[in-house]
Design a binder for this molecule. Structure first.
Ligand SMILES: [Zn+2]
Length: 331
């Protein structure tokens, strides 16, 4: 607990475009959805500027590239091996990499968006969402694969003058923490406690649905130092998109739940951590943005009253580190 009368809100965004779901849906649909994201991202950045809400943009490393190409043997990113290979996926991980330049494949590269994020009034953090959106927590992902992937992400960022210190696991599948620690990551978003041990089964979905409808506060969470200087900053609320059965949940219920989560964090003096993907704004964007505006306005009011810090994952981890050594800091 950082202190007993002020809560902390963290907002993290998983930015992945077409890297996030090529194993889940037809490529043409996926690319079309990815290309819808940019206007929503611009609108989101403007809204965050208006309410001075910083976020951690956990970005797939490949999106930072201006271009890439296949080598003589036809492989993409042969300099960052071993690549992920999972028995449930019939092809190699980079099969769909267009290996062209950013202007020709805007669903697979987004250095333009990275610059938008860096150019806002409010200071966001660019974090990592891996290089190729591989699954670190999959039992078939070896430490060598995780290390090669994270090194590629660090390099893509470094080439843009960005140092990555926060990490969000693709699909929230936590794994290979010693690799993160070794390569300089200070914070990661651990799993929502409600998901732990439950998976995404029908019972959990039903419970979740009920909690959403009733505006019941999310499970309380607090940061934990998993390895020296590496903080788990668990998520505890996913801002749900207007798709499938979830679209029946009124936005007012979701906003009420966020406010309850923030109030709970203030009361406990710990964390409230909201997250989503920019593509979650694609369906019914006006409804989604009206919800976000109410959330941001509430959070900003709580901050103005001195009750809430609104921090990036990186800034929160740094404060947590400093709070461990208060005497050193006073000197
Ligand atoms: Zn590539």
């Amino acid at each position: 607990m950082l202190n007993g009368h002020r809560g902390t809100m963290v907002l993290s965004l998983d930015f992945e475009l077409s890297w996030g779901r090529f194993d889940k849906m037809p490529l043409n649909e996926l690319e079309a959805e990815s290309l819808e994201e940019r206007p929503h991202i611009r609108r989101l950045l403007a809204l965050m500027d208006r309410y001075e809400i910083p976020a951690t943009w956990a970005t797939v490393g490949h999106l930072m590239l201006d271009r890439c190409e296949r080598d003589a043997s036809g492989h993409a990113h042969g300099d960052s091996t071993p690549h992920a290979a999972y028995s449930w996926l019939s092809h190699e991980w980079f099969k769909h990499d267009p290996c062209t330049d950013a202007s020709r494949a805007r669903a697979w590269y987004a250095p333009d968006v990275v610059e938008w994020i860096r150019g806002t009034k409010v200071r966001h953090e660019i974090g990592s969402h891996s290089f190729g959106h591989i699954y670190y927590g999959d039992p078939e992902c070896t430490p060598e694969v995780a290390e090669a992937d994270l090194k590629a992400a660090l390099k893509a960022a470094k080439d843009k003058g960005i140092t990555l210190t926060s990490f969000v696991f693709p699909r929230n599948l936590v794994g290979h923490l010693p690799v993160l620690h070794e390569l300089g990551i200070k914070a990661y978003r651990g799993q929502d406690p409600m998901m732990k041990g439950w998976g995404f089964g029908p019972i959990l979905r039903a419970v979740h649905y009920w909690h959403q409808l009733r505006g019941i506060p999310p499970y309380p969470v607090q940061a934990e130092e998993t390895l020296p200087g590496l903080w788990n900053i668990p998520g505890n609320q996913f801002f749900m998109p207007k798709v499938g059965i979830r679209r029946l949940i009124p936005m007012a219920c979701q906003v009420r739940r966020v406010k309850a989560g923030i109030n709970q964090a203030v009361k406990r003096g710990d964390l409230y951590h909201l997250w989503f993907h920019p593509f979650n704004l694609n369906a019914q964007p006006d409804v989604m943005f009206s919800g976000l505006e109410r959330i941001f306005a509430f959070a900003a009011r709580m901050r103005d009253k001195g009750l809430l810090n609104i921090l990036t994952m990186g800034d929160y981890a740094q404060r947590l580190d400093e709070s461990k050594h208060p005497l050193v800091l006073q000197r």
